[in-house]
Design a protein around this ligand. Sequence first.
Ligand SMILES: Nc1ncnc2c1ncn2[C@@H]1O[C@H](COP(=O)(O)OP(=O)(O)OP(=O)(O)O)[C@@H](O)[C@H]1O
Ligand SMILES: O=C(O)c1ccc[n+]([C@@H]2O[C@H](COP(=O)([O-])O)[C@@H](O)[C@H]2O)c1
Length: 198
Amino acid sequence: MRGPDWPVAGRGQSVGLLGGSFDPAHAGHVAITRAALARFGLDWVWWVVSPGNPLKRDAPAALDRRLAQARQVMRHPRVHVTDIEAQLSSRFSADTVASLQEAYPHLRFVWLMGSDNLGQFHLWDRWDEIAGRVPLGIFARPGDRLRALNSPTARRLASDRVPPAMLAQAAPPAWSFVNIPLRPESSTELRRAGQWKH
Ligand SMILES: Nc1ncnc2c1ncn2[C@@H]1O[C@H](COP(=O)(O)OP(=O)(O)OP(=O)(O)O)[C@@H](O)[C@H]1O
Ligand SMILES: O=C(O)c1ccc[n+]([C@@H]2O[C@H](COP(=O)([O-])O)[C@@H](O)[C@H]2O)c1
């Protein structure tokens, strides 16, 4: 079921999903979002602000606060910042993706993430189901590039790598790795520097 405030998109359009804690959102998120629109030829990017990463021990700041801050940081006519995952009561990305595909059968979804998440993607709940449902668009992140490209997921999906311009139309499993200029920003660093307090 689609919520009344969920984004609208036209039949056949492609939507990148950037899931994250966004605790807080920063310029690195903005950079990969803009790059996703350009390099993967996406029509939209939806930020899926997560109620909480199932692999992280510490709870993030309150969802409303993270949503409001993300909306300040990410201003672009083709980007929506959403609380879809909280509305779905979904903790796992596999459930989020399945629910979105059911709610929007006329759209093509692409799952976006930084290379740190590709490196541990095999630890996600039903990761192979996610890879079987949607193409994966990956962005290099400082320190994680080589480890990610040698990760269990990258090795398992080695023959499914496609050029970025083909990703949105590719039948899953499919993935692209994009080397944009590396962005050093991280939420952990911002919290450590006292720029975002819980
Ligand atoms: N600087 C960056 N370069 C590339 N990808 C990034 C960058 N920052 C975040 N991402 C990606 O954006 C998504 C959401 O990131 P998230 O909200 O976890 O931010 P984060 O900075 O990684 O936070 P934390 O430090 O708390 O783990 C993830 O897929 C992450 O890999
Ligand atoms: O579904 C899982 O098992 C899973 C495990 C780890 C992370 N994720 C998702 O990955 C996205 C990035 O998480 P984070 O906390 O690094 O921003 C966010 O949407 C999480 O819900 C999902």
